[in-house]
Design a protein around this ligand. Structure first.
Ligand SMILES: Cc1cc2nc3c(=O)[nH]c(=O)nc-3n(C[C@H](O)[C@H](O)[C@H](O)COP(=O)(O)OP(=O)(O)OC[C@H]3O[C@@H](n4cnc5c(N)ncnc54)[C@H](O)[C@@H]3O)c2cc1C
Length: 389
């Protein structure tokens, strides 16, 4: 059977564009590729933060970086020096623009905006047929980045829900050298609320209300927390809100049956891209996109998110079990990690690039009694960072 294209990418967000951007640089080895994206246009809908790993694609787009990170809980405050690996921020609009420019320059890759996938892909001979709002597309391989699972209690061990406002103040109120990673409010038995502040200049910052908890929360649920956070960080200054963003990220997705078909992978934030214990996904998506484009170029077909090492999965599972059942101690656990473990180890661990030595450093920084107790408690949702594996 002749297909319309070799590869169709369903969804042109972070994962879809990251792969397409890399494929467009393959030249003659690039398969004919179509990205079906439902949006009509891209806007600056989110900012991505991560610790630098010298990625040559995204590093030149970094808008702001911080040498220092602050964590606060119960009146105690620590400042964490990121050493050689500053915490960096990228505006999604810059990422979308550069990825789209690279795709435009390729004769093999095209982006079809305003194209919604309207039915589940069907297997046809040695490929796939995809019904879209613009007609049917047939392809030999499919990379499906659609976040098809609506955030729903029970689908993840915990959810990270957040709602933020980017504010511009009339006077200087922020310290652009230091971002506030976690400023904890009082946890309840089920929820861990905290504020996240990303200063872009002395006048401008993104202030976000965040909650780790068993229920996914919408922006309306977070309004009061966000207003309190703005009051704390902006004080008496007059300010205006220039942008807002919100999200609900899974922390430990429940295991799902693996899809047996070759030539079809599900990827993205609802398919293992979000790190179970932190929700960080951007760098993991970049790493997956690199691996997938290399596999395609080598004729090995499409590949999904790589499975995390066994030790990391066990650590994430135990950590989520502890904070999921004893939410009140979570602020102290986070402060302990940042305070006691070596900064390079913490950053490698949170970025998913940790070594066994780093894991041991993190374990040594945590009070053992809570973890030993949880090891003896069997009932907690089984999850996987790579739910389709
Ligand atoms: C506001 C926000 C801030 C975040 N900040 C960070 C951060 O600082 N650091 C970090 O590591 N991670 C962060 N994340 C998490 C993660 O990096 C992002 O969610 C990232 O965008 C996930 O990429 P994705 O491709 O899986 O999903 P998306 O980027 O959401 O892409 C999915 C795409 O699929 C399209 N789509 C959906 N359904 C259809 C359909 N039926 N047909 C066609 N197209 C469809 C959507 O329009 C979208 O473009 C953040 C997430 C959000 C929401």
């Amino acid at each position: 059977m002749a297909f319309d294209v070799d590869l169709v990418i369903l969804g042109g967000g972070c994962a879809g564009l990251s792969l397409a951007w890399r494929l467009s640089g393959l030249g003659a080895e690039c398969p004919s590729t179509l990205i079906a994206e439902q949006r009509a246009t891209y806007v600056n809908d989110r900012t991505w933060c991560f610790w630098s790993n010298n990625d040559t694609k995204v590093e030149p787009l970094v808008l702001q970086q911080w040498q220092w990170l602050q964590l606060e809980a119960h009146g105690r405050s620590i400042r964490f020096d990121c050493g050689k690996v500053p915490y960096q921020m990228l505006a999604s609009s810059d990422f979308y623009e550069h990825a789209c420019q690279a795709i435009k320059g390729s004769s093999s890759v095209s982006l079809s905006l305003d194209t919604a996938v309207i039915a589940e892909p069907r297997k046809v001979s040695a490929g796939w047929a995809i019904e879209t709002s613009q007609g049917t597309i047939t392809a030999r391989m499919v990379v499906d980045t659609r976040p098809d699972q609506a955030p729903k209690k029970g689908k993840a061990a915990l959810w990270q829900s957040f709602y933020g406002h980017e504010v511009v103040c009339d006077i200087e109120v922020f310290d652009p050298a230091c971002a506030v990673l976690m400023d904890f409010s009082v946890s309840t038995s089920r929820q861990i609320p905290f504020t996240y502040v990303l200063p872009i200049s002395r006048h401008r910052a993104m202030i976000e209300a965040t909650v780790f908890g068993p229920d996914p929360l919408c922006p309306m649920d977070l309004v009061a927390q966000l207003e309190a956070a703005k009051l704390k960080y902006v004080g008496d200054a007059s300010f205006c809100v220039v942008r807002s963003e919100s999200g609900i990220l899974p922390m430990g997705l429940k295991k799902q049956p693996a899809r047996p078909d070759s030539g079809y992978v599900k990827v993205g934030v609802m398919a293992g891209a979000a790190r179970a214990s932190s929700g960080f996904a951007f760098q993991r998506i970049q790493q997956w996109a690199e691996n997938c484009s290399l596999a395609i170029a080598a004729g090995r077909g499409v590949v999904g998110q790589a499975k995390d090492p066994w030790v990391l999965r066990q650590m994430d599972h135990l950590f989520l079990k502890v904070i999921g059942t004893e939410a009140q101690i979570a602020p102290d656990l986070f402060l302990s990690i940042f305070d006691k473990a070596d900064s390079a180890s913490v950053i490698r661990f949170l970025s998913g690039r940790g070594t066994l030595k780093d894991y041991l450093q993190i374990i040594a920084a945590l009070p053992a009694k809570h973890f030993v107790r949880q090891l003896l408690v069997p009932r907690f949702p089984q999850f996987s960072s790579n739910p389709a594996k």
